[in-house]
Design a protein around this ligand. Structure first.
Ligand code: PEP
Length: 253
């Protein structure tokens, strides 16, 4: 059985002080049984990671901290980048890789994503690898081709053991931050296809790899999305900025 994973992607929001207030509020809202049922991951900007960890550690909260990006080299002259060791030394357990905003605004290629995925897995950081199609691609019937090639390229050169440990987020680009969500059936259909693509290359990993849905997930649609057989959680942007809403999403029915 795959344990669902609910991840908050704050993107470029919240100062370190706002982050502390948020975690305190989330702590007060979440019932302890929520953590037993699913993994809870908070992905703040780099500048707030330490603040989030401080509250998580002080209150021994069973939630994990993730980063929103990471470079694949160990160290060196890469101004502005952050390495795996910088993250693991701060007890960061997850990293979002290949988010569509990074692919679009920072020109991240599948090859770059693949390098980062390997580095993360080799250093005990669980990558949350994002894939998804644009509206034009969807309307042209290319959804499966697009996510299939992102999976093949992004996961190239791995093995069943490592792929089984990672998380994939299916995020249709037209649904991110737009208020438009894939229907639960559409999310299920594409996510089961993604599991099929994984099975073709890494048969031993397909039933273990957790695949989230992301794209305007909110308190009103999370229950129906989570009722789908292959949907193993959600990557949440906008609605995760409010601890009250994110708590309700984590405690989906
Ligand atoms: C995201 O950025 O990963 C995301 C899913 O954002 P939103 O929930 O705002 O659509």
């Amino acid at each position: 059985m795959r344990k669902p994973i609910m991840a908050a992607n704050w993107k470029m929001n919240k100062t370190h002080l706002e982050a502390i207030h948020y975690i305190e509020e989330l702590r007060n809202r979440l019932h302890h049984k929520a953590y037993d049922r699913c993994d809870v991951v908070i992905c703040p900007p780099f500048t707030a990671i330490r603040s989030v960890q401080t509250v998580v550690d002080a209150d021994e909260l069973p939630m994990a901290v993730g980063a929103q990006n990471m470079y694949w080299e160990d160290s060196g002259a890469f101004t502005g980048e952050v390495s795996h060791e910088m993250l693991t030394k701060m007890n960061v357990k997850f990293v979002i890789l290949g988010h569509s905003e990074r692919r679009e605004h920072f020109h991240e290629s599948d090859e770059a994503v693949n390098n980062k995925v390997k580095t993360a897995l080799d250093n005990d950081i669980t990558p949350i690898v994002c894939v998804g199609e644009t509206l034009t691609e969807r309307e042209a019937g290319f959804t499966n081709d697009k996510v299939g090639s992102q999976i093949l390229e992004g996961l190239k050169g791995l093995d069943d053991e490592r792929v089984g440990r990672m998380v994939i987020a299916y995020e249709p680009i037209w649904a991110i931050g737009t208020g438009r969500t894939a229907t639960p059936d559409d999310a299920q259909e594409t996510i089961s296809k993604i599991r099929g693509y994984v099975r073709e290359v890494y048969p031993g990993a397909a039933d273990a790899v957790r695949i989230q849905y992301g794209g305007s997930v909110n308190t009103g649609n999370v229950d129906d999305l989570m009722a789908q057989e292959d949907v193993d959680g959600a990557l949440v942007g906008g609605a995760s900025l409010d601890p009250v809403q994110f708590a309700r999403i984590v405690e989906y029915e």
